[in-house]
Design a protein around this ligand. Structure first.
Ligand code: SAM
Ligand code: SF4
Length: 346
């Protein structure tokens, strides 16, 4: 049984230092000092959706659209693999040119080009249950789909008519298909209340997520929300720490948005329970066009060359890079329970 919303609200009301200390101790006990590295590849910035907060929204004609070719993606993945990266996150808008058949060929190509042992995470929006199944059969291991906000009215408004229930249905399809499932939310979206902050965390716990992505909302002037205030680092850190306490076995990345909002943002998340970093391996020529929000931290730096800098910074924090696959302990636990249940039935 997951925590009640009132308990979560009480947790959130605790002094920030207490939360951070408790979360960091839990992270150390359950995950150790290693920080999993994922190579983030932003393969298309075309999107048929029109989410009010996002620079990739279809209504934004101020960005130059691109989509990487299969060859470019495979070349990029191979280069990162040779530098030791074993997990790749393919993220993009809901681009109709990337049909499921094409994505399946890509996933098979990645596994064939580098190694079947490499983990492929997809983050390319809502698809049908059948499509999720085909992608899993082609070798996709994990899927990231943030619910963004647990408030159904706000969700529908911010995502231009797409109901929260549809997002949750997709998350349920992903779980049933056998993916390691990630979701999460933005911090500081317009209309966020204390009650909603607790509801966001409760939804993560109710979904028993394997991975949780939490990042501040950053106002983008090229969107209808451009004049609003962004989320704060302090609130993002508070939500990260509370999330670690509620979901001790989940993998939690220190997100690019936190690093873009404030210098040291990702380090602050790592100190508050996060245990994953996602250096950007997208070819530099495309990087500046994947502008979800202004000031994106990874536009100039090559994620792979950055590994050495990251290693140095982690060492100062008493942490270290871990280049393994880094399956979520929450996911492994679920697999064991499912297998035991199946054995008990036979
Ligand atoms: N299209 C897919 C989707 O929406 O799930 C994946 C790509 S989308 C750009 C990845 C994430 O970017 C979203 O889940 C959202 O939380 C985040 N994002 C979009 N606009 C943002 C903004 N202005 N500030 C912070 N995060 C943002
Ligand atoms: Fe498209 Fe995702 Fe941006 Fe929404 S958040 S506009 S679905 S890329």
């Amino acid at each position: 049984m997951t925590a009640a919303k009132t308990e979560i609200a009480r947790l959130l009301a605790r002094p920030l230092e207490h939360l951070v200390t408790a979360a960091d101790a839990l992270r150390a006990a359950r995950h150790g000092d290693g920080v999993w590295i994922r190579g983030l590849l932003e393969f298309t910035n075309r999107c048929r959706c029109n989410c009010l907060y996002c620079g990739l929204r279809s209504g934004n004609d101020r960005i130059a659209r691109y989509s990487l070719t299969e060859e470019e993606i495979l070349r990029t993945v191979k280069a990162a693999f040779l530098r030791g990266v074993r997990t790749f996150v393919l993220q993009g808008g809901e681009d109709p040119d990337w049909t499921t058949e094409r994505l399946c060929r890509l996933v098979e190509g990645i596994k064939g080009t580098v190694s079947a042992e490499a983990a492929v995470t997809l983050s390319c929006g809502i698809r049908s249950r059948r499509e999720y199944r085909s992608l899993a059969e082609s070798g996709a291991d994990r899927y990231l789909l943030r619910f963004e906000t647990a408030d159904p009215v706000l969700h529908e408004r911010l995502r231009e008519g797409i109901p929260l229930a549809r997002r949750l249905e997709a998350l349920s399809d992903l779980r049933e298909t056998g993916y390691e499932v990630g979701s999460g939310f933005m911090v500081g979206l317009p209309g966020e209340t204390e009650d909603l902050r607790a509801a966001n965390l409760k939804l993560c716990a109710d979904l028993d997520l394997d991975m949780v992505g939490i990042g501040p909302f950053i106002a983008n002037p090229d969107t209808p929300l451009g004049d609003l205030s962004s989320g704060t680092l302090e609130e993002t850190v508070r939500m990260t720490a509370a999330c670690r306490i509620l979901l001790p076995d989940a993998n939690i990345p220190a997100t690019t948005a936190a690093g873009s909002l404030a210098a040291g943002g990702r380090e602050a998340m790592l100190a508050a329970g996060a245990n994953v970093l996602m250096p950007n391996v997208t070819p530099l020529a495309y990087r500046k066009r994947y502008l979800l929000y202004p000031g994106k931290d990874t536009i100039r730096r090559d994620g792979i060359q950055e590994l050495e800098t990251i290693a140095g910074r982690l060492q100062e924090m008493g942490r270290r890079i871990d280049l393994g696959r880094g399956d979520s302990p929450a996911f492994r636990r679920r697999l064991i329970t499912q297998n035991e249940f199946r054995d008990g039935q036979n």
